[in-house]
Design a protein around this ligand. Sequence first.
Ligand code: NAD
Length: 456
Amino acid sequence: MHDVVIIGGGPGGYAAALYAHNFGLSVALVEKERVGGTCLIRGCIPAKTWLETASVYQTVARSGEFGVRAAPPTLDWPAALARKNQVVDGLVNGLSGLLRSRGVEVHAGVGRAVSGGVEVTGSDGSKSMLPANATVVATGSVPRSIPGYDIDGARIVTSDQALDWPTQPQRVVVIGAGAIGAEFASMLADVGSQVHLLEALDQIIPGMEPAAAKTLGRAFRKKGIDIKTGVQVGPPDLSGPGVKVPVGDALLEVDVVLVAVGRAPVTEGVGLEALGVAMDRGFVTVNRETMQTSAANVYAVGDIVAGTPQLAHVAFAEAIAAITHIATGAVAPVDYRAIPMIVYTHPETASVGLTEAQAIEQGLDVEVTDHGMRGVGRAIIHGETGGMVRIVAEKDGPIVGATIVDPIAGEIIHELMYAVGWEALPAEAAAFIHAHPTISEGIGETLLAAAGRPLH
Ligand code: NAD
């Protein structure tokens, strides 16, 4: 009998398994592939590795601006792909070792939550039972598609296949300008592919501040990305060698279509229906304080949870909350108010807390302070002055949200994570001194302005 059996070895599942060590729980984890899940194997890690290749390419391409003469770069796509695989393999192996060192039993197979534990079906069809006091379901998500766009893995693909393209696609339509679509568009354009980025809503990166979307859009157009917002695609024409995609009056002829319209939870065949677990459109409804489902001793974390962001770091936090409750009975809820969200495009767009529109929707009376990176010394040194900082604060009250656009926005957003999390007043946060010259000074200037006494 295990204290906990976990179904799924992605960020939600492996974090639960690792964290359980703190309480001396006996843990088994059931995984049908390698451990690592979407994030390590076909999500965050490989995507950011490709983006790093694009960034290095651009550094070389722009080197002349910095007085460094170099031949125009060429991309060795197979070498970049091999490096991506090496990064992924390294992390997967490291994770396997870590799980082993923490005494987690990893069982290969498909897990199904049943009364009293988890049933495991091996690759040979054999079934075994892992009895457990508590079960954590962390089965993750898979890419969605749209009608007419059947994923064939060659001409119509999702991020699953795009991360393993054997050669560089020259002309690409990306459907959906959320995090996945925007990141692929950025990466491909930076290494010289022709990219059309199509979005049904009226801005790219729809969850983010419109001002940030506009700033990123400007950078994207400079790279040559053709952005179309507020559009619907017609059915693709696959009769020729490529793909023809009808959009309004235009017919875009490309080599490949990347569909990036969101991810669906993997909750079928996991045993949830039979256990009577309450669901909402395929997602699992949980007690947000403890991550308990409506079935006794069954918890859910990560991308399958209804109403919480599909982000690896959210899955980590939910795993910690679930394991803490399982081990101690204590309630240690995830603080969903201050979750950083980063789109790793070039430049990056990062946000935390509420946008202005979300704050107004919640009935808050807010003041917005914007500051451009144009006058920030280090941004000029980087040759990257198109960025911005926005801080949203309640009138005479705390900071409730922030957004940054800059090549290193994803690193520096975290100081505003503390500001939002600790409900700092702009004047309190502005009292601290930022080092000069840094990109973070852009935040310092915004805080001073938000406190009513701008400096520069
Ligand atoms: P998403 O929901 O963030 O974006 C999908 C986009 O596709 C939306 O903007 C939507 O309006 C658009 N869309 C839907 N149907 C369309 C259509 N028919 N035509 C044109 N546009 C259409 O989903 P995603 O980008 O696929 O990412 C999936 C999940 O993974 C998200 O929750 C995302 O936050 C997460 N993710 C996060 C990161 C990150 O944090 N950097 C990176 C990748 C994925």
